[in-house]
Design a protein around this ligand. Structure first.
Ligand code: TYD
Length: 135
């Protein structure tokens, strides 16, 4: 499985850092939605789902967390700990977010509006779908 990480270019000067993200340029899709997670409780695992269509870029803009990616055949764990790095998550990828530092803010750029019908929340169903498509 290929992990696609984006290194964004900070505009740093003596005043500090600034990262700008534009759709189709820094983010490889039209940004239809942005959301962020913060005050995540210790020991919590979030996500635990895949999407049929949605693509996302995750940026831990403060603190750190880990992302486990699972394409149904292999898994990879990706730490996110810099505000200038983004993790691309394609559709049909099971994801779990965990090990959030208490100060973590995880920002997500999404290619679609929120749609509960796009979620696959059952892991067995996910496995069946990706394995069937691979045949
Ligand atoms: P949830 O899907 O449980 O988050 P995660 O999978 O990242 O752990 O979402 C938590 C709540 O927020 C749930 O009630 C749905 C709502 N929500 C929205 O209203 N819009 C959104 O864009 C997202 C991602 C969630």
């Amino acid at each position: 499985m290929q992990v696609v990480k984006y290194m964004f270019q900070p505009h740093g000067d003596e005043r500090g850092q600034l990262v700008a993200l534009e759709e189709y340029k820094d983010i490889p899709f039209e940004i239809k939605r942005v959301y962020y997670l913060y005050d995540t409780m210790n020991g919590v695992v979030r996500g635990k789902h895949a999407h049929k269509k949605l693509e996302q870029i995750l940026v831990c803009i403060h603190g750190s967390c880990k992302i486990k990616l699972d394409n149904g055949f292999e898994t990879k764990v990706v730490p996110l700990e810099k505000p200038y790095e983004g993790l691309y998550i394609s559709s049909e990828m099971w994801r779990e977010m965990y090990d959030f530092s208490s100060d973590a803010v995880l920002m997500v750029f999404a290619s679609e509006l929120y749609d509960e019908n796009d979620y696959i929340r059952d892991y067995e169903e996910f496995l069946e779908m990706v394995r069937q498509k691979a045949q």
